[in-house]
Write a protein that binds this ligand. Structure first.
Ligand code: ZN
Ligand code: ZN
Length: 148
C-alpha cells in the first residue's frame, strides 16, 4: 500500500466515524484531519494551523483548537502526553510508544511490539489501577546525536 492509499483509508475511516458520531463531516474538518493523518511528526496545534492555512487561508486558530477538541472527544485523535504543557497531537490510534528527542523535541512512533511493557511487581500505591502503560523513551534522535 502506498502512503497515498494509506491516507485515503484513514480518511474513509474518519468519514465513517463522523457519520456514526453524528458529526458533520465538513470540508474544513476533513482538511484538518488529513493534515493530522498525513503527519508522522506529532504536530502541535500551531503547526497544524500553519499547514491547514495553506489550504484554507481564512481559517482561525480558534477553529483549529475547536476541531482538535472535537476530534479528541470523539476518540479520533489523542495527545502524546495529556500532561505536557505543549500539546502534541497523534492521529495514530494503534497502541504504540514514543521516542522523544530532548534536543529538538521531535516525537517518533515506537511500535508497541518493539518493547516489552513494564509489569508492576507489587500492587501500585494507593490502590491505583493501571489501564495502560505508555512509554516515552527520552534521548537524542540520529540527527541531534550526530551534531554532538
Ligand atoms: Zn533531535
Ligand atoms: Zn505516536
Amino acid at each position: 500500500m502506498t502512503d497515498g492509499q494509506h491516507l485515503e483509508r484513514r480518511m474513509d475511516w474518519f468519514r465513517q466515524r463522523c457519520k456514526r458520531a453524528g458529526l458533520a463531516c465538513t470540508h474544513q474538518r476533513q482538511v484538518i484531519y488529513r493534515v493530522l493523518a498525513a503527519s508522522e511528526s506529532h504536530p502541535s496545534p500551531e503547526s497544524v494551523y500553519e499547514r491547514v492555512r495553506m489550504e484554507i487561508p481564512s481559517i482561525s486558530v480558534a477553529t483549529i483548537y475547536k476541531s482538535i477538541r472535537t476530534f479528541m472527544d470523539q476518540g479520533l485523535l489523542q495527545q502524546v502526553n495529556p500532561l505536557h504543557e505543549a500539546a502534541r497531537l497523534d492521529a495514530n490510534l494503534e497502541p504504540h510508544h514514543h521516542l522523544v528527542c530532548t534536543a529538538c523535541k521531535s516525537v517518533e512512533d515506537l511500535p508497541a511490539e518493539l518493547i516489552e511493557a513494564p509489569r508492576p511487581v507489587r500492587p501500585l500505591p494507593n490502590g491505583f489501577r493501571a489501564r495502560e502503560f505508555h512509554i516515552e523513551v527520552l534521548g537524542l534522535c540520529a540527527r541531534c546525536a550526530g551534531k554532538g
